[in-house]
Design a protein around this ligand. Sequence first.
Ligand SMILES: C[S@@+](CC[C@H](N)C(=O)[O-])C[C@H]1O[C@@H](n2cnc3c(N)ncnc32)[C@H](O)[C@@H]1O
Length: 282
Amino acid sequence: MTQVPEPEAPEEIDLERPNAARIYDWFLGGTANWAIDREFGERAVQTFPMIKTIAKASREFLGRGVRYLAEQGVDQFLDLGSGVPTVGNVHEIATAVNPGARCVYVDNEPVAVAHSQILLEREGVAYRHAVLQGDLRHPSEIWNQATDTGVLDPKRPIGLIVVGVLYFLGRDEPAVEIIRKYLSMLPSGSYFLSSHLTNDGVQTPDRALRAQIHQQYQRSSTPFHYRSRAEFSEFFAGLELVEPGIGWVPDWRPELGESRAGARMAGNPSFSGSLCGLGRKP
Ligand SMILES: C[S@@+](CC[C@H](N)C(=O)[O-])C[C@H]1O[C@@H](n2cnc3c(N)ncnc32)[C@H](O)[C@@H]1O
């Protein structure tokens, strides 16, 4: 087997336990991951072979959502839990539609932040792009830091992107209130784009496998939690839902862009186990 060279690790990185940002990077074919993450990923694939396709379908949804927003004229984005940069990053998709588009990335994982910094130093424009290391569970702090960068104009609509992230907030954490707090600080006309893992509506044969994956993640530094469709819908309370509303990730406007992984679930989009939605703040 080819040896993958280990990337240089930022000082505060936890290499004792696998981490969601780095495992996800491995699922997507990236190189910002360590042996401990790859071993975890390989075990997850053994348990549930479609897991990489599911991760890719989620990433595709992110791309289509950002393209939709950019086409509606949204030209600034706050991407929380942005992850390790890979193909189709938010600022790239937005810029392809609106050349002046702006984006602030936020992640609490030092590797994701370091890789985003490198990418932005190479390809970014200082007044239009920034990355912050921070925990999205502190909305006021994150919002102040994001606006302090000068990249975002808080008086104009912003696309708040929280894709593939909210399931890392525990069921006992005030996840809905956290998102509400962000939305309360955003101007009218802003949008909230999100997705969430669920077991609700997922067909029985693979529910057991999903339960095993869930167990495996409990031993990582980033356990995740399923939420039901009703629980996910609560994040959108008070927003105008954009068609097709809350639904499965592969079904969300596949015509808008990359949807190859999602197409592999055609006929059974619940196989993605990922619900998504886009809401507009009136
Ligand atoms: C599955 S990845 C999704 C990345 C990207 N949003 C996407 O859709 O491709 C989840 C990301 O959320 C980050 N994350 C998890 N909990 C977080 C928190 N409390 N604050 C900030 N980032 C967080 C992880 O470090 C990871 O990079």
